[in-house]
Design a protein around this ligand. Structure first.
Ligand code: SIN
Ligand code: MN
Length: 276
């Protein structure tokens, strides 16, 4: 799925966008499950965005045996992560970003490695797969990226609201030299992006929700040197792509199978600068 051209685009731009990576049926089952999943809702937490809004998300460390796990563990996804990392990927965490209609908050410019560095991860060889669960448009706060910004290395991060954001002076300087892109996506499209890519999103002032699931992978050789609230190397239990439909259609499937939620109410590290 990821050929040498896409691989080279990833290294030059810091991201690749794969359209229709998941079918409408697959992503439809993910959306239906997530939107009625009480556990996901109960474990969601908010972060003030410093602009008057609040982002809402749920985060879990291990992929699980339900439909969320099938997305994170399926061959299609893991093969792509393996090519981009040029190493065996392991699951670092997954999260559901619940950018609800009218109220969903903004995300400040940041690099994921700006946080993960604090967790004893020595190199930025991590990749995130942003799955559009709902269509993402400029109106409902799609992801924005600065193309090539992963080549700037790690930038200092400071708190804005409850969120850690990249040094604004440096972001402005980078914007003067590199391309600012809005990544509009259809449900089922996936954006794979490097952990040092600068990204953000606006508040959702529209009538359409913009949920997305982000699966994050670390390279086996980049196993963190200390323990943190995200896992050290743990072999990933791959599954066949067909498991997405099998698990998604299971009758009475009331949850997506996430269980080890990170709950910032109980985990003090999760509200500090060190978390994502
Ligand atoms: C994130 O960076 O984790 C989320 C960004 C977004 O969903 O807009
Ligand atoms: Mn991020």
């Amino acid at each position: 799925m990821i050929d040498s051209k896409l691989q080279s685009d990833y290294h030059t731009s810091g991201y690749v966008l794969l359209r229709e990576f998941f079918s409408k049926e697959e992503v439809g089952l993910l959306r239906e499950t997530a939107k009625r999943d009480k556990a996901l809702d109960q474990h969601s937490f908010g972060r003030k965005d410093g602009e008057g809004g609040t982002v809402r998300l749920s985060l879990w460390n291990h992929p699980g045996q339900g439909i969320y796990g099938a997305f994170a563990r399926c061959d299609r996804m893991v093969d792509a992560a393996e090519v981009l990392l040029a190493d065996e990927p392991y699951h670092y965490h997954s999260k559901m970003i619940m950018k609800d209609a009218r109220v969903g908050g903004a995300w400040a410019w940041h690099q994921d490695y700006g946080y993960w560095y604090q967790n004893g991860v020595l190199t930025p060889n991590l990749v995130s797969a942003f799955i559009a669960v709902d269509p993402a448009t400029k109106q409902n706060g799609c992801l924005q990226v600065i193309k090539g910004s992963h080549l700037c290395g790690r930038i200092e991060h400071t708190l804005t609201g409850d969120q850690a954001g990249a040094d604004p002076e440096r972001v402005d300087a980078i914007m003067n030299r590199m391309d600012h892109q809005w990544i509009e996506m259809e449900a089922g499209d996936v954006l794979f992006f490097h952990s040092n890519l600068l990204h953000r999103s606006d508040r959702n002032c529209s009538e359409s929700p913009r949920w997305s699931m982000i699966c994050c992978y670390n390279a086996k050789s980049n196993d963190p040197y200390i323990d943190s609230h995200h896992p050290r190397y743990t072999p990933l239990q791959r599954c066949e792509d067909a498991q997405i439909l099998v698990l998604g259609k299971r009758e009475l499937n009331e949850s997506g199978g996430a269980s080890d939620f990170l709950d910032p109410g109980r985990d003090s590290s999760a509200t500090s600068l060190t978390d994502d």
